[in-house]
Each structure stands twice: as C-alpha cells, then as structure tokens.
Design a protein around this ligand. Structure first.
Ligand SMILES: [Cu+2]
Length: 115
C-alpha cells in the first residue's frame, strides 16, 4: 500500500512538472515592403539580401529586382522597419524616403552605381 501511494505521488508530481513546462510561445512576425529604387542588377540584390539578413530579428528576405522592392518578415520585438531601412542605407542604397550612405555608395561595384 505504501509503495502504491508513493507511485501515486510520484506520478502526480511528474504530471505536475509536465504541466509546468513553459509552452512554446509562437512569436508573431510582421512583414515590411521597402522600396529600393536604385537597385540595378543581381549584385545589388545580393548586397541588399545579405545586409537585411544580418539584422537581428529578421526572419525572411526577398529582394525583387523587377519591382525594386525588398520584402522582409521580422520579429517586431527585435527590430523595426526603420532599422531595416538603416541596414539598406548603410550599404549604399536609398530605402523608402531614407537617403543612402554616400561612402558606402562609393564603395559599391561599378555596375551597381546609378550615376
Ligand atoms: Cu548592382
């Protein structure tokens, strides 16, 4: 009888500890569409994709040369559209209304310069 009650208690505690496991919280992502009108070739696409993927909290990046647009999904707890725009301007491209970093622009390969 004693053993049974111990087993009962044990299973009770095990049951409890399972219930107390922290549930996997699904963080919600947001998506942003950023106009990058000065991209001209696939090297631009690579540069922009790399820069955006490096931003903490970014989940997916899809840069489209035809529409001159960067579609990004990100965790809003970790980053924001303004930070994504900054990542783009820091590699030498205008992002939405934000002006590019001129030093970074000068360092782009010749085919990526628009002027
Ligand atoms: Cu280019």
């Amino acid at each position: 009888m004693r053993i049974i009650s111990i087993l009962f208690l044990l299973s009770f505690f095990l049951g409890c500890s399972q219930k107390n496991e922290t549930p996997v919280v699904e963080e919600k992502t947001e998506s942003a569409s950023i106009a990058v009108n000065s991209m001209v070739c696939n090297m631009c696409v690579n540069t922009l994709t790399d820069a955006l993927k490096k931003v903490e909290g970014v989940q997916t990046v899809a840069v489209n040369l035809d529409t001159k647009n960067a579609a990004v999904t990100f965790f809003p707890a970790k980053t924001a559209i303004s930070m994504l725009e900054n990542a783009i301007t820091e590699v030498g491209y205008n992002a939405n209304e934000k002006k590019r970093n001129e030093v970074a622009y000068e360092q782009l390969p010749g085919c990526c310069k628009t002027e």
